[in-house]
Design a binder for this molecule. Structure first.
Ligand SMILES: [Mn+2]
Length: 407
């Protein structure tokens, strides 16, 4: 049996903007790739829609796209097992089974757009249960848990406690953050670690994180299916094209098929020291010029992330990027962020830190001295001196500077 897998189609993304067709075009390509490669069924790992309540136009266009899956027939049978009952699920074409994502997470008594598509026969929606896909004598067991608030996710997963069918092929769909992939450790961001994932599954597919990745966890392949459309550009997302995976239940192999027509993404992280506005703009032009020198069917997404410091006396507002944005608006979709820290602040603080290191032991009169030093500067009113002192003692210059920028 062959099973197509993809996730996070975000239908209706940029509904009023320049990219309004992209989510639909990419979904059509994803379904076509599954059909061309003889998928018997398709699995989607949540965030089908971009908005919790999509417009009728988005709903209509989504149905048109999902209708593509009816161009072929499948010989599988689907049995949904929930709360101790099994029921055969009817469908037409190649069945598409899905869980909900955080974008579709709504109150218990409110119907979602996914449920509308389920009732219309375009999707088979399931949550906290399993579906048996049967083709002749072969069975594949698919478990699914739709998105739950991150703070509760580990608790819910443990409570649900899915047990894979012995001596069979078992797959699972999730839509959560995973601690190992997140930049910060916070229970509001993620509670599930890779080691918390249930054992004995052949593939655990996770949506939500928009870049694609495969990790081997013992015999389990942990697959980040990635999104079919870039919604915000992250560096990891630019390293691999968008596409679909195909799982072969005999070989248990996953293969990847990129979408043939997709928007290219470029990500630049640039550190500059004592930069002038002219230098920042010149670097923008150089990077953009190189990115658009290749031929692109769709305007590429270019993200430039500046870090470092600006020349003395120069602030962010002195760098006017509007001429650059206008000049290239017909060639690329640009997003440029100026995260420069002010050199005057940085220098003062680093002088203070040096002074503190040289002159006194932190344990003695350091606090008063810092206060005195700070009083001599033209800023520092309303700063929590105790916090600043602690940060400087820890060599945490960035956070110390942060205190000043909050002012
Ligand atoms: Mn998503």
């Amino acid at each position: 049996m062959k099973i197509g897998i993809f996730s996070d189609t975000h239908l209706g993304f940029d509904e009023k903007g320049e990219r309004k067709e992209e989510s639909f075009n990419n979904l059509k390509q994803a379904i076509s790739l599954c059909l061309e490669n003889d998928a018997d069924a398709i699995l989607l790992s949540g965030d089908i829609f971009d908005a919790p309540v999509p417009s009728h136009t988005v709903l209509y266009k989504s149905m048109e796209c999902f209708d593509f899956s009816k161009k072929k027939e499948s010989n599988v049978k689907l049995i949904v097992e929930k709360n101790g009952e099994s029921k055969e699920q009817s469908f037409s074409g190649i069945p598409i089974m899905t869980i909900h994502g955080n974008h579709e997470f709504r109150g218990k008594d409110t119907k979602t757009a996914i449920e509308v598509l389920d009732l219309s026969g375009y999707l088979v929606y399931f949550h906290a249960c399993r579906i048996v896909i049967q083709k002749d004598d072969e069975k594949v067991f698919v478990y699914g848990l739709g998105a739950v608030p991150e703070k509760k996710a580990l608790e819910v997963l443990n409570y649900w406690n899915p047990k894979p069918e012995p001596n069979a092929v078992n797959l699972m769909l999730l839509h959560q953050s995973i601690k190992e992939f997140m930049a910060i450790e916070d229970e509001m961001v993620a509670t599930i670690s890779l080691s918390d994932l249930p054992k004995g599954f052949d593939v655990i597919v996770n949506g939500h994180l928009h870049w694609s990745n495969i990790q081997e966890l013992g015999k389990t392949k942990f697959l980040l299916a990635g999104s079919t459309i870039p919604t915000s550009i992250k560096k990891l997302e630019t390293e691999k094209p968008k596409g679909v995976y195909l799982f072969d239940s005999n070989s248990k192999e996953l293969s990847f098929f990129p979408l043939p027509n997709q928007r290219k993404m470029f990500y630049h992280k640039e550190k500059m020291d004592y930069a002038s506005p002219e230098q920042v703009i010149a670097l923008c032009e150089k990077l953009i010029g190189k990115d658009i020198s290749e031929k692109h069917e769709f305007k590429p997404l270019i993200r430039i992330n500046f870090k470092g410091t600006l020349k003395k006396g120069i602030s962010h507002s002195d760098i006017n990027l509007n001429p650059v944005l206008e000049k290239y608006s017909s060639h690329a979709l640009l997003s440029i962020s100026k995260n420069f820290s002010n050199v005057a602040f940085r220098k003062k603080i680093s002088e203070l830190r040096d002074m503190q290191k040289e002159k006194l032991s932190v344990a003695s009169a350091g606090f008063e001295l810092l206060q005195k030093n700070l009083d001599e500067t033209d800023f520092g009113k309303g700063i929590d001196i105790r916090e600043l002192f602690d940060l400087l003692s820890d060599d945490n210059l960035d956070d110390a500077l942060g205190l000043f920028s909050k002012e």
